[in-house]
Design a protein around this ligand. Structure first.
Ligand code: UD1
Ligand code: MG
Length: 463
């Protein structure tokens, strides 16, 4: 068991983000930033996690309850006033929560990877230092704390951008905001940090100079910058998303997925795609989506939290929280809304909307149709312009259609209604009553042709 407690600093006010929800809950690549951080701890066997929260406590707590209820129990420590990162660490040290001998401190706004946390831990134990900091070299280091090292490579000071002089600003080595310190040294030195007069905050990074002056060794772990991109504003949020997307596209390509384009295809890290599937332009695969083998996805499709079978096609369409069977073809211009399960070898769309419905195998719903709260069997043909009238203004009602039913074009099903298997519904019918199996239902007014009626009208107008 590793003797590490992770402390995630997440109490900041997110001022630079200019967003009503706290920045650590902003999503990047299918997960909240905070989730990336937590997953990287869990992935290294660290499940002793403390989260420093501020005014955002209710939001953070809700999120954790929802996401990790049965998995981990992170402990929250409240930082009443956002007096800076050193103060955030201090409230943890002063709180009643029990801490292990080594503390992994993670800025909650850096969606760090598991790999980076792992190498930081390894290096920390190897170096036998009092502390270690993940650092990175950057052409444009603007906004980050600059790291000053001695000739042995140990860190002796970190200067924040706003306090750096001209020469210090030239330094390309930056502080990534991921640290490990021994509990002992944190307890000893945290109180020595003074208020920064410019920002009126206590900077955690000041601990470095204080410890170095006391001959304590603080090591550096050089890490690729893409692993340490902090999210302070919307531009950085976009940059991190871009980095993660590129990595994901490279990973899937290596696994045998054809992805047509880096710039218009966005795939969350949490998505799985089978071999020989082709993903075409302007496509977004989100959250916990799973796509089978040899599918054709896109162009222009959005799929979220859905499971797609093998050899399926989703062209210019959206699929939300739904399940699509093998060899089923969706689109173009089709919206599959939450709670829908579609069987194998179906043909859905163009211009079709399906919501909260179950569709069997080999069924065709090919043109301009709305299906809501329905259960439709196998081998059913739904004609163009069919509508399940599921909502009476107060309640939603079900339409149930058995196997092998043929529905002509322009039919309205006034739900609740049940159609027996092998029935035929005549085009243009408004079905208000159940139909027995094998029956033909015709429900439309009889046509009457008034001979020469139009001619007479015209003559009357001319007079
Ligand atoms: C910090 C570092 C900087 C580093 C950068 C890396 C300090 C003083 N500076 O700057 O050297 O290059 O991260 O991304 O630490 N927080 C609290 N309580 C507070 C203030 C902040 O919990 O009172 C949390 C924030 O929610 C955030 C994290 O601490 O998740 C870092 O704070 P932030 O304001 O983003 O620091 P940076 O300016 O990015
Ligand atoms: Mg930051």
């Amino acid at each position: 068991m590793i003797k590490i407690t992770a402390v995630i600093l997440a109490a900041g006010n997110s001022t630079r983000m200019k967003y009503s929800i706290t920045k650590v809950l902003r999503r990047v690549s299918g997960r909240a930033i905070l989730e990336h951080v937590i997953e990287s701890c869990l992935g290294n066997g660290i499940n002793d996690i403390v989260i420093v929260a501020g005014k955002n406590y209710p939001e953070l707590n809700n999120f954790i309850q929802e996401k990790y209820r049965n998995i981990i129990k992170p402990r929250f420590v409240l930082q009443k006033r956002q007096l800076g990162t050193a103060n955030a660490v201090k409230v943890v040290l002063q709180s009643k929560v029990r801490l292990k001998d080594n503390i992994l401190i993670l800025n909650g706004d850096v969606p760090v990877s598991r790999k980076t946390v792992k190498s930081l831990i390894n290096e920390f134990f190897k170096q036998k230092a009092e502390g270690i900091i993940a650092v990175s070299e950057l052409q444009n280091p603007e906004g980050y704390g600059r790291v000053i090292q001695d000739f042995k490579g140990n860190i002796i000071k970190i200067v924040e951008e706003r306090d750096a002089d001209k020469k210090e600003k030239q330094i390309k080595l930056i502080n990534g905001g991921i640290y490990i310190f021994t509990k002992k040294s944190l307890k000893k030195y945290i109180n020595k940090i003074k208020l920064n007069p410019k920002k009126k905050e206590y900077y955690f990074t000041d601990i470095v100079e204080i410890m170095a002056n006391d001959n304590k060794k603080i090591a550096a772990k050089l890490t690729p910058f893409k692993e340490l991109t902090g999210v302070n504003n919307r531009l950085q949020l976009m940059e991190v998303a871009e980095i993660k997307n590129r990595d994901m596209i490279i990973k899937l390509s290596r696994q045998g997925v054809t992805i047509r384009d880096f710039n218009t295809i966005f795939i969350d890290e949490t998505v799985k795609v089978g071999r020989e599937t082709v993903i075409r332009y302007y496509t977004n695969l989100r959250r916990n989506t799973k796509i089978g083998q040899r599918c054709l996805i896109g162009p222009g499709s959005i799929i979220e939290n859905s499971i797609i079978g093998n050899e399926a096609e989703i062209r210019k369409s959206m699929v939300w929280e739904s399940k699509i069977g093998d060899k089923t073809k969706i689109g173009p211009f089709t919206n599959i809304r939450a709670g829908t399960v579609i069987g194998k070898n179906c043909r859905i769309g163009n211009f079709v909307e399906i919501k909260n419905s179950k569709i069997g195998n080999n069924t065709k719903i090919a043109h301009m149709t709305y299906i809501g709260d329905a259960k439709i069997g196998n081998n059913v043909n739904i004609g163009a312009g069919t509508v399940t009238c599921n909502y009476d203004g107060i309640k939603k009602h079900k339409t149930i259609i058995g196997n092998n039913v043929f529905v002509g074009s322009g039919v309205k099903f006034i739900a609740p209604v049940k159609i027996g298997h092998d029935a035929v519904i005549a085009a243009g019918s408004v079905i208000t009553e159940d139909v027995p199996p094998f029956a033909l239902a015709i429900a439309r007014a009889r046509q009457e042709n008034k001979i020469n009626w139009a001619k007479k009208m015209k003559r009357r107008k001319q007079r």
